[in-house]
Write a protein that binds this ligand. Structure first.
Ligand code: ZN
Length: 301
């Protein structure tokens, strides 16, 4: 059972929103492609993990505070009294591994999967200890893409390749799945610690970002509005105006965390596509309202 689902990272969402509102630098464009590829890999892993059966709980992409930083866990699976932790990499091509360093055949790309996974394992271990729990944690590094080949001098127990996943999950399904209330409690505490609004440092910044309401499907700026709907002139997608306002407000918050979300600001950002009254109504209904000396602004609930 999935207790917490997956969503795109804040960096991924920001780069994506910017990609149709401005011209990304080559570097940011590459970063976006990496985010897209990484996310696709995670979704593919989730697809494989659907063969998990019995009493299992799954938490997807957790961001947990740790000392003065935040660490990410791609997937956490709880079964019986054991936690299985997976980090997913969607690399393609041929790589060689020597002494914990991974190099691609074409570009020199150096990573250290084993120390990465053991670092995450330690942080998770310390986090659950601090919360007062003592469960075994098994961490795995998953190369999800079948078109990934790794030449290594030695066996790596913590590494799983795409082709090994079905067997890995079959083995897991044979393990005891006696429900543990303590484990359930821990998972809920981890979900409470999760920070959905975490913004990493060094987010992309652009001076010129195009205003307007984009289509939720094809991201075109051209649309027609009826009394209740926004209809895209490019792909024909129809969306309730209330939903389009909320979606655009969320994107505004994502792109401009330093600005205050007010009715006026959103009205201008939407290039006057919707009335002030309608925007005010949607913001009141879907966001948290705050009053300051001379205006009312909203934040995400
Ligand atoms: Zn469209």
């Amino acid at each position: 059972m999935i207790l917490k689902g997956r969503s795109k990272s804040v960096r991924h969402q920001v780069l994506e929103a910017l990609s149709y509102r401005t011209e990304l630098t080559e570097e940011d464009w590459k970063k976006l492609q990496n985010q897209v590829k990484g996310y696709e890999g995670e979704v593919q892993f989730d697809e494989c993990a659907r063969q998990l059966a019995g009493n299992v709980w799954v938490l997807q992409d957790l961001l947990l505070p740790y000392e003065d930083t935040t660490f990410q866990l791609d997937t956490l699976v709880a079964r019986g009294e054991t936690l299985y932790h997976y980090e997913v990499k969607n690399y393609t091509g041929e790589y060689t591994q020597k002494g914990g360093v991974l190099r691609s055949q074409y570009q020199t790309q150096i990573m250290d999967p084993e120390s990465q996974i053991s670092r995450a394992n330690t942080m998770l271990h310390n986090t659950i200890r601090r919360l007062g729990y003592y469960f075994e944690i098994k961490s795995y590094y998953v190369y999800i893409n079948p078109a990934f080949h790794l030449y290594s001098e030695r066996k790596m127990d913590a590494v799983l390749f795409a082709g090994q996943l079905p067997q890995h999950f079959r083995e897991l399904n044979k393990k005891s799945d006696v429900e543990s209330n303590k484990m359930k409690q821990l998972l809920h505490e981890l979900m409470k610690l999760h920070d959905p609004h975490y913004r990493p440092n060094k987010m992309p910044h652009y001076e010129h970002v195009r205003r307007g309401v984009v289509c939720g499907g094809c991201h075109s700026f051209e649309h027609t509005t009826t009394r209740q709907n926004l209809i895209c002139n490019s792909c024909g997608k129809k969306e309730a105006i209330a939903a389009a306002i909320v979606r655009t407000a969320e994107e505004y918050v994502l792109l401009f965390p330093q600005k205050k979300l007010t009715t006026q600001a959103l009205y201008e950002w939407c290039e006057e596509s919707f009335s002030m009254q309608r925007i005010r109504y949607c913001l009141k209904k879907n966001f948290r309202r705050h009053h300051s000396t001379n205006n009312t602004y909203f934040t995400v609930r």
